[in-house]
Design a binder for this molecule. Sequence first.
Ligand code: URA
Length: 440
Amino acid sequence: MSSQNFDVYSLIDKKKKGLKLSDPEIKWFIQNYTDNHIADYQMSAMLMAMFLKGMDGKETASLTDAMLESGEQLSFPGKNVVDKHSTGGVGDKASFILAPIASAAGVKVPMIAGRGLGHTGGTVDKIEAIKGFNINLDLKVFEEKLKTEGLVLIGQTPEIAPADRLIYALRDVTATIDNIPLITASIMSKKLAEGANAMVFDIKTGTGAFMTKTKDARALAKSLIQTAKRFKKKSIALITDMNQPLGNAVGHTHEIIESIETLKGNGPKDLTDLSLTLAAHMIHIGGVEKTFAKALTKANLMLSSGKALEEFRRLIRSQGGDERVIDDYTLMPQAKVATQVLAPRRGSIKMFDNRLIGLLLIDLGGGRKSKTDQIDHAVGFIFHKKIGDTIKKDEPIFTIYHHSHQQEAVTRIKTKFLKEGLTMTSQKVRPSKLIIETIK
Ligand code: URA
């Protein structure tokens, strides 16, 4: 604990009045919260004050450092140790594709991923659709596996940025997620602690992202890159579209199947393109290839040769999962009933409320309403249409996969989606641009 002593109430009050907190004050607060000397309700009040009054660059740096220093910090030799971090979205399963591609190309990928947050799905929840996959590896095993396997995927551990683990769960239930300083500190404390030497950020923007506006996504990208620079780590950020699910599948088993299909070369174009681009950036900034163009060629080769698929199989095996799922999808939890959601009229799809789509999955049981909820990996949606597509009356927009006892929820989901989640027009609509901006 810091030798200086502050008063919890006074620090909350100070931030509430919009005053700046000093480095020792922020570090004292975070350390004492992590050590269980500050109650959840006081941390919640502080988070809301930070959210509403904002934090400048210095305060953001102090918060990041405090959260990073709350736990162990790994370090790996070699500039080819690279991770990617997405700010989260709906149907974002790119990690399962890009990590094996990058790993097959010679990048070492130490992934410490999160669970679902708000309306967004979590990588760790998704991989758990594969029976036996152990995301709770001991840090020593994590370090060892990175050296021997080159690719390892775990959930947040008690040792890595424990302050973030606690604060993340509070933010999830106190509407304090979509805030640049808080997201910066959350992402960077984990990424810096896990020992990656370079980072590729996928900053989502649109209705299904925490940063709904591109200008905020850009500000977040700059804040993350700035923090990486402060720690002398290479990084690059892509601002990418989250106005519709990435790929077609939303929901845990369905997203794993779509990822495997993509690794087999049968993926939807948007998911395949984004995964290849992100993987190529990892290959490039990890120093495996000298130019981005060469890195992209290599990424394509890793995918088309089947090497990336074999890397994914190896990852599953190495972490105790049932690798037979690669060839037999019925080994994952299944929801047997399919109900289609049909277009109410003819027209073009102008917009989805992608956040609502994430929330509808939660309503179906494919996400958590409270911290302790169990996820139903089997349920999900498969979309048949994208923004810009024309559609006939009564053509399916998406299919809901559910259990037979869920008719009431299915009716609710259909009604809500058609009322609030879909905008159609009689005019032609341009498809959304997937990669909006690249920031270095
Ligand atoms: N992802 C994180 O790790 N933290 C956030 O705060 C938001 C997205």
